[in-house]
Ligand binder design. Sequence first.
Ligand SMILES: Cc1cc2nc3c(=O)[nH]c(=O)nc-3n(C[C@H](O)[C@H](O)[C@H](O)COP(=O)(O)OP(=O)(O)OC[C@H]3O[C@@H](n4cnc5c(N)ncnc54)[C@H](O)[C@@H]3O)c2cc1C
Length: 460
Amino acid sequence: MAVASDLRSQLLRLVPDERRVNDGDSVLDQHAGDLSYHAPHRPDVVVFPESTDEVAAVLAFADEQGVPVVPFGAGTSLEGHVIPLHGGISLDLTRMNAIVALRPEDLTVTVQPGVTRSQLEAAAGPHGLFFPVDPGADATLGGMAATNASGTTTVRYGGMRAHVLALEVVLADGRIVRAGTRAVKTSAGYSLTNLFVGSEGTLGVITELTLRLHPIPEHVVVARAAFPSVEAACRAAAGIIGVGVPVLRCELLDATTIGALNAFSGTAFPESPYLFVEFGGSEAGIAGDLETTRELAEDEGASAFESESDPTARAQMWSARHSALMASLALAPGSRAMTTDVAVPVSELAAAIEHARRALDESGLRGGIVGHVGDGNFHVAFLLDPDDAASIEQAEGLNTRVVEDALARGGTCTGEHGIGYGKLAYLEREHGDLVPLMRGIKDLFDPNGIMNPGKVIPPL
Ligand SMILES: Cc1cc2nc3c(=O)[nH]c(=O)nc-3n(C[C@H](O)[C@H](O)[C@H](O)COP(=O)(O)OP(=O)(O)OC[C@H]3O[C@@H](n4cnc5c(N)ncnc54)[C@H](O)[C@@H]3O)c2cc1C
């Protein structure tokens, strides 16, 4: 395409490396879509910057020319976040993957945005430290900050917002700004750090992050128990959280997901709903936590209560949990998933999941339910044929029912995945009064609308 080849030659003046300004078919396809049901759309060109200055040069050029720019980390987001709806530049940050400074004495680390969660784990581990935010997919820290990701350990440590101390950000016009500091607290004006976290590439490009680390707990034990129903498992989870057991993780998997995992990962769990619960601390403390958890679980009819401290067995269990989405997709080869992501107050969880499960059963669609139930967040993955408009429409109707129920219970349409463009209508439902303010913020940071257009802010 003439426009694209002209764009590429202009970008090559700013990033003078043929391999890093790429419009080959396979690279365009890799940056056109995500794992979800959203239809892919190619960018015109993919740029792989290696420094903040290169990012700044590309943005200044794109802003002047009105070319859309979509930041790209690992591409694991699930709501069409990285899909270049209007073409333009996909800005792939994975080559900016240096650990800039690790400071065990401060429990902090400064990284470039393309560093992955597992890369940080490998760097922090030898210092007895770890970074707890774990979305399951091996995402980049830039992408995780941009989506305010969280995951299995959020119930204990919090999500990305609780961990980002400072950011370097390149604004749409190429200006480089720094938000936050290396201090663990600040009251200096409006928190733009917290604004950039969760902004999904619509306000600027994160080029450096300073993050909190935590000591690896002395002992870790994981327990699992089978329940007669998902509602019973949720009531047990609410009880465990309610009495203040300091769990590291508390995860629900329904019977469909357990069956899918057995087939996908070779596990042999009885096919019923399960809670996986992890504890950390001293041996004596964990023994007490385990006993309380067992009692609360058995009060809800739990059976097969087992605990495991061997690190390999624990890792295998969490690896099985993290395969849940892939295992569900394998139930219907060629299918794609529409994933709900509501979060409700933990006291409302059992009723919200019961409502979602009933809606799923009535619809005839296939799908499993998993949840970070310790923080009231659960996912229903509806499996659908991405080429069949009727099945997408049916899943959307179901998604809307689940979201409206969660909002009525005082919850949110997205606990962790973000808005992308799949949840634009739900943002309007949840925060219709705030959307005009959000639009004003977007216009202030990105007056020409080049940063990831079509995402987060519902159209007028
Ligand atoms: C199997 C599976 C399980 C998952 N489980 C969870 C979960 O438990 N919790 C959870 O929170 N998420 C989960 N996700 C979603 C996903 O992993 C997270 O949203 C993750 O944070 C995305 O990171 P990424 O590096 O892949 O970002 P990408 O998908 O590449 O990008 C995400 C968004 O951030 C923007 N972006 C990326 N990098 C930058 C940057 N440097 N500066 C500015 N903007 C940027 C992009 O434009 C896009 O809008 C899961 C996904 C999968 C596939």
